[in-house]
Design a protein around this ligand. Structure first.
Ligand SMILES: Cc1cc2nc3c(=O)[nH]c(=O)nc-3n(C[C@H](O)[C@H](O)[C@H](O)COP(=O)(O)O)c2cc1C
Length: 398
């Protein structure tokens, strides 16, 4: 009963917050208000000095538009096709682990909102709802994101379960050979095991709706791998410790090729950050490269995806699809990426901010904001369809 009331109050407050959100930056502001600070900083933060995260966003500013007018833009089609799935607008939800940290409905909320918006949801290996639970509620196209573990039986099991549950694409993340250094998490105590500071505890007290809901719900787990943890150690903390030992530092291109063959369907390499690796991805038969530096959460000073996109497009644009991932906060960013050769963009934090503000409705709001901005930008540029977007519409600042 108490949980029900809490949910009603929480939803009403979340939805009120959403009425105040007109862009992704507003969603971020309200997410900080609603989500306890250790979780918010885990979401918002990046590695070392966070230079890469900052540049991921700012480097879009290197390009200005060259719009064309006196064109009939009364009908604009934002749909496109990525790795075999047709989507209503060129934005895909990136895989993000442990989404229940931000809202109790976690990956279920995000996947439902993505399907309702007409786009793809990518489920992380380290999700808090399982491959099957997400498949059950998500009617839209789904991809599964894989981290390669030492336990190759577990890898094969995850691939089989995803295929059987109807996931159509595989995303192989390659930019976590070792864990990035996230100093905000060290400061808030959001480490494994958690060592929360007094300020962190205070922020839970100041967000009673989040905290009470969390305390009154089931303990969350890393749903896809929980059966592999040592008996009696299936809480999130022990599971993360178990997983940290499972990350395989020996993974190389032959492993990636073998996994692509085992999957036997469309697969993307996520975390490509150089022309050389994009060429290797094409050579092993990947369907797409996801230009990404993990949202700046791994190697600080890794190049921003938008800065390397023109060279990657020139080198491999005719051999595979290119998805840009990182720093997208506006529809204009998406159009710039498409103009430089990307098929679509991925977003991580933007939808997580929405999730933190108001669950599924918040994710829907994030997607609607970006979709509306994409459509408006196309109208203002004089483009009626995605295939009309080209680099002729961009001017690089010198
Ligand atoms: C909280 C959080 C968790 C993430 N978890 C994963 C993950 O489990 N697997 C993965 O491949 N990438 C993960 N990422 C990276 C995202 O997939 C994506 O690359 C990044 O968020 C893109 O940058 P953006 O947040 O600026 O859009 C995570 C990102 C965040 C913010």
């Amino acid at each position: 009963m108490l949980v029900k009331w809490l949910e009603i109050i929480d939803r009403a407050f979340g939805n009120w917050c959403l009425t105040r959100c007109h862009n992704i930056s507003d969603l971020r502001w309200f997410a900080k208000l609603r989500v306890p600070l250790p979780m918010f900083h885990y979401l918002d933060g990046a590695s070392d000095d966070e230079v890469t995260m900052d540049r991921n966003e700012k480097d879009f500013g290197r390009y200005d538009f060259l719009p064309r007018y006196l064109i009939d833009v009364s009908s604009i089609d934002t749909s496109t096709t990525v790795m075999g799935s047709t989507i209503d607008f060129p934005i895909v939800c990136a895989p993000t682990g442990m989404s229940r940290l931000f809202h109790n409905d976690g990956e279920l909320a995000v996947s439902k909102a993505a399907a309702a918006a007409g786009t793809i949801y990518s489920l992380s290996t380290v999700s808090t709802y399982s491959i099957e639970e997400v498949a059950e509620v998500c009617a839209g196209p789904k991809w599964f994101q894989l981290y390669v573990f030492r336990d190759r039986n577990l890898v094969s099991e995850l691939l089989r379960r995803s295929r059987e549950a109807g996931y159509t694409g595989l995303v192989l993340t390659v930019d976590v050979p070792v864990a990035g250094n996230r100093e905000r998490d060290l400061r808030t105590g959001m480490a494994m095991p958690p060592k929360l500071t007094i300020a962190s505890w205070l922020s839970f007290l100041l967000r009673p709706l989040w905290s009470l809901k969390y305390l009154l719900s089931d303990v969350f787990q890393l749903a896809n791998v929980k059966h592999k943890a040592p008996v009696g150690e299936q809480g999130a903390t022990s599971l993360v410790e178990y997983l940290n030992k499972q990350f395989d530092m020996t993974v190389d291109w032959s492993t990636a090729e073998a996994i692509g063959k085992e999957w036997d369907g469309p697969f993307a390499i996520k975390g490509v950050c150089s022309v050389e690796d994009a060429v290797k991805a094409a050579d092993i038969g990947a369907s797409a490269v996801i230009l990404s530096n993990h949202g700046g959460r791994q190697l600080d000073f890794a190049a921003s995806p938008i800065s390397i996109l023109p060279d990657v497009a020139e080198a491999v644009g005719s051999r595979l699809e290119i998805i840009l991932d990182g720093g997208v906060r506006r529809g204009t960013d998406v159009i710039k990426a498409l103009a430089l050769g990307a098929t679509a963009c991925m977003i991580g934090r933007p939808y997580l901010f929405g999730l933190g503000v108001s669950g599924e409705t918040g994710v829907a709001k994030a997607l609607t904001i970006l979709r509306t901005e994409v459509e408006r930008c196309m109208g203002l540029l004089g483009c009626c369809s995605i295939k009309e977007i080209s680099k002729e519409f961009l001017n690089e600042r010198r």
